[in-house]
Write a protein that binds this ligand. Structure first.
Ligand code: PAF
Length: 283
C-alpha cells in the first residue's frame, strides 16, 4: 500500500496504472475510519483490484471552525485498517497543497438547488465545499468507480447530480448505512460523544423508525409526526436541528407523484451533530 501526500506523485502513479489499462475505484473519506468506511472499501474492491482511498479533512466544507478543529484524526490507525483491506493507494494531502491560494480564492463547483435545501440551508457553503473537493479529488484520482455512503443522503444525491451534469465518466456506488446492534448509525462523530451521550445516541434511529412505521401512506399528517419526534428527542437530551420527510428524488416536500420518500434526521447531542435517514417506498 502506497501512502502519498503529494498530488503530483499521486497523478504520476495514477497515470502509470491507467497506462496498464487498470480500472480504479475511489473511496473519499475524512479519516477516523470505522466499519462503515471499510464497507465502502469492500464495495470498491468488488469492482476492481485497484482501490484508492483519500483521507482529507476538507476545511472548505466546515461551516463551524470548532467542528473542524476538533474533527478526530487517527491517520496511523486508519492506514493499518486500510492495509488489511489491501488498498492500493492512500492519499493524505495537506490542506495547503490542495488549496495553495487559500479557500476564498479557490475555484468552486456548486450544484444549485439541491445544495441549498435541507442541510444546505442549515449549513451554508457546506455542499459547495463537498462538491469542490470531490471534484478536485476525482480529477486527481481519475476513478472509474467512486463509493459514497447512504448515511449522507443529500451529499450522495448532490454528487450523483454533479456527475450527471458534468458528464463525468464515473459510476457512483451508493453503500448502505452500517449500524451498531442498538441501531446507531456508524459515524466518525460518534467518537466525540461522552459516555452518557453515547448511551442516549441510539434514540435517534429509534425515533426515526417510529416515524417510518407511522408513514403507511402519503396522506398522513407529517407535521404531527415530526413534532412528536422532535419532542421525544428534545426531552431526552437531544437538541433537534431538523427532521424532514421529503421526496427521495427532488428532496422537495412530498406530493402525489412521490413514490419513494426519505426521513432525514439531524440532532445535536451536546456539541456533536448526528444525522441519520431512512428511505420508504410508498404503496
Ligand atoms: O463524506 C465525507 O466524508 C466527505 O464529505 C467527503 C465526501 C470525503 C468529502 O470531503
Amino acid at each position: 500500500m502506497h501512502i502519498i501526500t503529494d498530488p503530483k506523485q499521486l497523478q504520476n502513479e495514477i497515470k502509470a496504472l491507467k497506462r496498464q489499462g487498470k480500472d480504479i475505484a475511489f473511496v473519499p473519506t475524512m479519516g477516523n475510519l470505522h466499519n462503515g468506511h471499510l464497507q465502502l472499501v469492500r464495495q470498491a474492491k468488488q469492482k476492481t483490484s485497484i482501490v484508492v482511498v483519500s483521507i482529507f479533512v476538507n476545511p472548505m466544507q466546515f461551516d463551524n471552525q470548532n467542528d473542524l478543529k476538533t474533527y478526530p484524526k487517527t491517520l496511523e490507525n486508519d492506514c493499518q485498517l486500510l492495509e488489511k483491506e489491501n488498498v492500493t493507494i492512500v492519499f493524505t494531502p495537506e490542506a495547503d497543497t490542495i488549496y495553495p491560494n487559500g479557500l476564498t480564492a479557490q475555484t468552486y463547483v456548486e450544484v444549485p438547488e439541491l445544495s441549498e435545501r435541507l442541510e444546505g440551508a442549515l449549513r451554508p457553503g457546506h455542499f459547495r465545499g463537498v462538491t469542490t473537493i470531490v471534484n478536485k479529488l476525482f480529477n486527481l484520482v481519475q476513478p472509474d468507480y467512486a463509493c459514497f455512503g447512504k448515511k449522507d443522503f443529500q451529499q450522495l444525491a448532490i454528487i450523483k447530480q454533479m456527475v450527471t451534469d458534468l458528464a463525468m465518466p464515473i459510476e457512483i456506488i451508493p453503500v448502505d448505512i452500517e449500524r451498531e446492534a442498538n441501531g446507531l448509525a456508524l459515524s466518525s462523530r460518534n467518537g466525540k460523544l461522552s459516555s452518557s451521550e453515547r448511551a442516549k445516541a441510539p434514540l435517534l434511529s429509534k425515533v426515526m423508525n417510529k416515524i417510518a412505521q407511522s408513514l403507511p401512506s402519503k396522506e398522513i399528517a407529517h407535521t404531527e409526526l415530526i413534532t412528536a419526534a422532535s419532542k421525544e428527542l428534545n426531552e431526552n437530551g437531544f437538541t433537534v436541528d431538523a427532521i424532514d420527510i421529503v421526496d427521495c428524488n427532488t428532496l422537495q416536500p412530498i406530493d402525489s407523484n412521490s413514490k419513494r420518500i426519505v426521513i432525514l434526521m439531524a440532532a445535536f447531542l451536546g456539541r456533536t451533530r448526528l444525522i441519520d435517514n431512512q428511505v420508504i417506498n410508498l404503496q
